[in-house]
Design a protein around this ligand. Sequence first.
Ligand SMILES: Nc1ncnc2c1ncn2[C@@H]1O[C@H](COP(=O)(O)OP(=O)(O)OP(=O)(O)O)[C@@H](O)[C@H]1O
Length: 361
Amino acid sequence: MADLKLTNVEKAYGEVKVLSNINLDIKTGELIVFVGPSGCGKSTLLRMIAGLERITGGDFAIDGMRMNDVPPAQRGIAMVFQSYALYPHMTVRDNMAFALKIAKKSAEEIRAAVDKAAHILQLTPYLDRLPKALSGGQRQRVAIGRAIVRDPKVYLFDEPLSNLDAALRVATRIEIAQLKEAMPDSTMIYVTHDQVEAMTLASRIVVLAGGGISQVGTPLDLYERPENEFVAQFIGSPAMNLMPGEVVETGAETVIRLDHGGVARAAIPTQTADMGMKVKLGVRPEDLAPTEGEPLFTGEVEITEALGEVTLLYFKRQEDGTQVVAKLPGIHSELRRKPVRLSADPKKIHLFHNGRSLLYR
Ligand SMILES: Nc1ncnc2c1ncn2[C@@H]1O[C@H](COP(=O)(O)OP(=O)(O)OP(=O)(O)O)[C@@H](O)[C@H]1O
């Protein structure tokens, strides 16, 4: 059991506040992923939870116990770093046993804990090897094993896969998902730059930006109902297309006239949009599709990127030259230098006013 609660948590280095108003409730068994642009404070927040960085304001509690001044070793937390930091002269078994030896556990206890962790991580065949005789992925599993043997209530992962190559990243990501399944009562917090890791592993994602929390939600919440323009553009790849316009009709649908021409319909409830309201229309590349009817965007395709299962089309909107990206299923290299007419289902149109989604108005 480990419920974590952050209340108005803040971090300042001298006069400079890097994080403020951090309010977050994390329940036992959740896997929370912190994402956000470089320098937004993801690692700092993780390190404050671990006790490696002082909390300069607010409270952090585990199961109702205030932790601000509790030393790291007594928080019941284990952290796995990006650099595995294994002892090169020790075998896998000794690396995993190290913390337990320091804690003066009995030899039987240590053996049982290491064997169990090795079994969960499929490291049993490698227990007598030195780290140099392991692959990057195996080394990272040993680093995770060192955390597991301590049987912590909370696991913190700071970009654990970022040193691995693409194929190993995928394999190790799946192992982490399996690890979470095998330990349903452990609470995990995971920092990553990788959207796919965030979307696939998280029970909830915390988007940090501008020194605070921009939105917290399930991966699908953030994808389907981003609260603001920042989250809308940060989640999803390529990023959501955004175009300025004005509300010209409210009713069953909201009708928007785009600046420099073009009309769009959005299935946004009437009461949330006002006539004449300046908005930004948002549409994800994957929600655009060729149409014979009234198009939302027209232009000539400049670049196609065929990725196998999808093709990305890059073009400038005919009316004003704004760059638009569309993602079509299949291979469409033939569309390069060709005119396209694309539309989107009104249910897939997002509207933002002063940066905030009208869905949350
Ligand atoms: N010791 C320090 N003194 C002053 N400022 C610091 C210190 N450590 C970190 N910072 C600042 O705090 C902010 C948050 O840093 P942090 O490393 O937590 O960001 P991050 O989101 O993890 O970034 P990245 O994604 O690049 O790893 C940054 O602006 C950084 O410059």
